[in-house]
Design a protein around this ligand. Structure first.
Ligand code: KG4
Ligand code: ZN
Length: 321
């Protein structure tokens, strides 16, 4: 079994997963404290991880025996570096005290590997869209992937959150905006999908600005037309995501898609993906949002670092190739 820890953002996560991908536990403790600030406060996130991480690990280990744990896996990056460091230090401590190997995992590889837990095997195209990242990858084996494109500015979830904030819908805004969109007309307003950005890269900054200008232009009418604004805005985000997927699908001999990250919960995105006429895999919601089971899943295919070689291991904040 592998015990994995994930603390790259505001969720404190630990999971126990067997070598063949059976999830024994998958514990996520979300920090509700950030909602009133309308976003994650990094220093608060670190402090909460410190308070929660041992409890979360104990809970994940309930019913499992340490003697059966063959390695400790941990998210090394990218993410909030202070938050990551809590996970890395905890994982090192747990592994070193038992002379176990450590498996450092890239968070983005984790999102990709969430699909392997559902038995969805490479090759496939994988869209990961969350509050922190948005990228399209070609997955040809279990231990890596080729990044086809990524966002040049905001993540798709961030675009949902910022749009929701402009419409006065609270944080995180994706679910609220999506709910309001059900009552609106997606063709009422035309928002940009950055179609001119060639290839597979995404850009959502222009979209957010377009919504801001439209709300200002409408003045008092914006409130009355809120559902139409939400529906049109959601439509633009989803079409922007779908556009890059369809561009990439054209070059696939065996076209299949997986979708992960918090935005995979979006009803319209799922519907649109399912209408493309190729097999689509969306992991259960708990494996789409940040969790440690996906980190353990990725770790199964990576080389463990033996004790004590990992003691100097550091976290990294930014994306690595
Ligand atoms: O993966 P996740 O839980 O956390 C990050 O790593 O960011 O993703 C959270 C993001 C938020 O931006 C949230 O607004 C968005 O996913 N989200 C949605 C929906 N549910 C969550 N966006 C659109 N529609 C939804 N139903
Ligand atoms: Zn994530």
């Amino acid at each position: 079994m592998i015990l994995a820890i994930e603390t790259s953002c505001d969720d404190t996560c630990a999971a126990v997963v067997t070598r063949d991908g059976e999830i024994r536990s998958n514990v996520v403790s979300s920090q509700g404290v950030h909602a009133r600030f309308g976003g994650v406060v990094p220093e608060w996130a670190s402090r909460h991880h410190l308070e929660l991480v041992n409890l979360v690990v104990d809970q994940a280990m309930e019913g499992s025996d340490w003697d059966d744990v063959e390695a400790v896996a941990v998210t090394q990056g990218p993410g909030l570096v202070g938050a990551l460091l809590i996970g890395v230090a905890t994982a090192k401590g747990l592994a070193a005290s038992r002379r176990l190997p450590l498996i450092p995992v890239n968070h983005l590889q984790g999102h990709v590997a969430a699909n392997f837990l559902g038995g969805f095997e490479p090759p496939f195209l994988c869209l990961v869209a969350s509050g922190g990242h948005t990228f399209l990858a070609r997955v040809t084996d279990h231990a890596g992937y080729e990044t086809l494109g990524q966002t040049l500015d905001d993540a798709a979830g961030e675009a949902f959150d910022k749009g929701a904030r402009l419409l006065g819908l609270g944080y995180p805004g994706g679910p609220a905006l999506s709910k309001l969109a059900l009552e609106g007309d997606p063709t009422a307003f035309k928002f940009p999908t950055a179609a001119k950005v060639a290839g597979y890269d995404f850009s959502f900054a222009g979209l957010k600005t377009a919504l801001l200008y439209k709300v200002r232009e409408l003045g008092d009418d914006a409130q009355r037309l809120k559902a139409d604004l939400a529906a049109s805005y959601e439509h633009a985000i989803v079409e922007a995501l779908i556009l890059r997927i369809t561009r990439a699908l054209e070059h696939e001999a065996d076209p299949r898609i997986a979708i992960g990250g918090g935005v995979a919960a979006n009803r319209l995105l799922r519907e649109r993906a399912q209408s493309l006429g190729v097999p689509v895999h969306v992991p259960p919601h708990a494996l789409c949002t940040d969790n440690a089971a996906m980190i353990a899943s990725a770790a199964r295919y990576l080389e463990p670092t033996p004790y004590p070689d990992y003691l100097a291991l550091d976290a990294y904040a930014t994306k690595r190739a």
